[in-house]
Design a protein around this ligand. Structure first.
Ligand code: 5GP
Ligand code: MN
Length: 317
């Protein structure tokens, strides 16, 4: 069984690296720090490398120990990728993954490409952090209040605060158990979902202003440029949630956000009831989940918009 292999490989390794996807969200950071804090209970040498981390997660235990970079020549005994569906998305650190003696991939993306030696992937789990509950228990790790906060952060962000369809009995049971060990669920919720940074607030205004409805109101579209981000002095992660502005409007099935990056546009797609946006994004070499997915489009804004909308509209009823 994969979990036996994972346990054995972790026990054997003495130098381990934890990696996650680029543009990391609460599930990426929560699962990385949960695993880091768990493995720190052993006397192994553990690195967690995430080059750009939104500051809103700085309340999590060991946030300050996240490495932004690592010596190129470092070779790890074991590399663990968390919340990452595709090796291409390992945030510029695929090298450490590929160079490691053994690799593990723990994830919940339906489009996961099974890129490791041992893949523990469950697309039914609403968050990678929810899979980690099972993994950590199997490893015999004591889930402390600090580890619980990391796991809850991923669960809350990836379930949109317990509201997305993937939210399961286990989600509530685990959260209830966390309350029992003293985790302040309300406070974690407020920190990761409610508080808006000033940059996010300013970008929300811009994206809201540009929101347009197409295809009989079934597709919502908006965008932000680099210039916008510079103007409002946006920080890492300040674009989070912008794609939901359109998704929540009556009649909308697919919401699309295009965000300008270096020489390309990053597409973020969300759907409400039936469009599989992971399938839409796969047409552009991206992927994700049925109701939340992303891709990169190397084209100017207008063309990127048309290509995405043309693809998305094929899936409308
Ligand atoms: P977001 O729109 O929040 O950036 O991403 C939504 C979901 O799609 C996340 O689970 C994210 O990991 C995944 N995702 C975003 N962009 C890509 C991409 O380019 N490729 C793949 N495989 N998944 C992506
Ligand atoms: Mn996730």
């Amino acid at each position: 069984m994969t979990l036996d292999n994972i346990k054995e490989e972790i026990e054997k390794a003495s130098h381990i690296v934890i990696l996650t996807h680029e543009s990391p969200d609460g599930d990426a950071i929560g699962s990385s720090l949960a695993m880091y804090n768990a493995l720190k209970q052993t006397n192994k040498k553990i690195d967690v490398i995430i080059p750009e981390c939104p500051e809103i997660y700085s309340f999590l235990t060991s946030y300050d120990e996240i490495k932004k970079e690592e010596n190129e020549d470092t070779k790890y005994d074991l590399a663990i990728a968390l919340d990452c569906g595709d090796i291409k998305r390992l945030d510029g650190f695929a090298k450490y993954f590929e160079d490691a003696k053994v690799t593990i991939n723990i994830d919940h993306h339906s489009s996961n490409t099974m890129f490791a030696d041992f893949n523990f992937v469950n697309p039914d789990a609403p968050a990678c952090c929810q899979i980690l509950i099972v993994v950590l228990e199997f490893l015999g790790v004591t889930i402390t209040k600090e580890i619980g906060e990391c796991l809850l952060t991923g669960i809350i962000t990836d379930t949109g605060g317990f509201k997305f369809a993937g939210t399961s009995r286990e989600t509530f049971e685990f959260t209830s158990w966390l309350l029992g060990i003293g985790v302040n669920v309300s406070e974690v919720y407020r920190r990761v979902l409610e508080i808006k940074t000033k940059g996010n607030f300013a970008l929300t205004r811009i994206a809201m202003d540009r929101l347009e409805f197409l295809e009989d109101g079934k597709i919502a579209f908006t965008y932000i440029t680099k210039e916008d981000e510079e103007k409002v002095n946006a920080k890492t992660g300040d674009h989070e949630g912008l794609v939901d502005l359109g998704r929540t409007v009556e009649g909308v099935e697919v919401s699309i956000l295009l965000r300008e990056a270096d020489g390309f546009f990053k597409g973020s797609l969300r759907s409400n009831e039936y469009v599989n946006v992971s399938d839409v994004c796969m047409m552009f070499n991206g992927g994700g989940h049925a109701r939340a997915a992303g891709c990169s489009i190397h084209a100017p804004l207008q063309e990127a918009k048309e290509r995405l909308i043309n693809e998305a509209k094929k899936h409308l009823r």
